[in-house]
Design a protein. Sequence first.
Length: 189
Amino acid sequence: MSLATVSELRSALGVGSLYPDATLQQVCDASDAVLLPMLWANKYYAIGHANTGTVGTLYFQEDVRKVFYIGQTVTVSNGGAHYNGSHVITAVGDYSISYTTDHLTDSPYHPYAPYATVAASEYTDWTADAAVQEAALMIAVDIWQARQVSSTGGSSPDFTPSPYRMGNSLLARVRGLIAHALDPNSMVG
């Protein structure tokens, strides 16, 4: 479910039934794609992988002994066909986890570019957080307006008009709303 719903976006834009739900859902999904990576989540990034027999191993830059445990189910994405999906951890090392895969060919360690995402169970429902929902709706409205009227840009950091609305100021406009939910890892750089 999107953080901003189609009916909320339809109401905020005042478009009635002029546009199909699928078109508005694309905008809601794009808003989620911008906002969700910035929010705190129970996910970690694998920097590489290897395979021995039916055992796949994912490697991390940080010590994961206190993060993951044997028997825990994790969901891997962006890790390749044999690694993606839900898996039960069978071994935890200092900087690695292992689980059973359907990949039968042994392969040595090789890095991921971009990193694979390893997500454990979530305990926070961002769809129940009013401030996060408002931020998602504000981003969705900006995306919609940028699609419809490209000349209605935003302002650059020095307050000069900009024809491009989807710049770095997009998240800056909602950062106050989501400050309590920002992942410290998303604020690096």
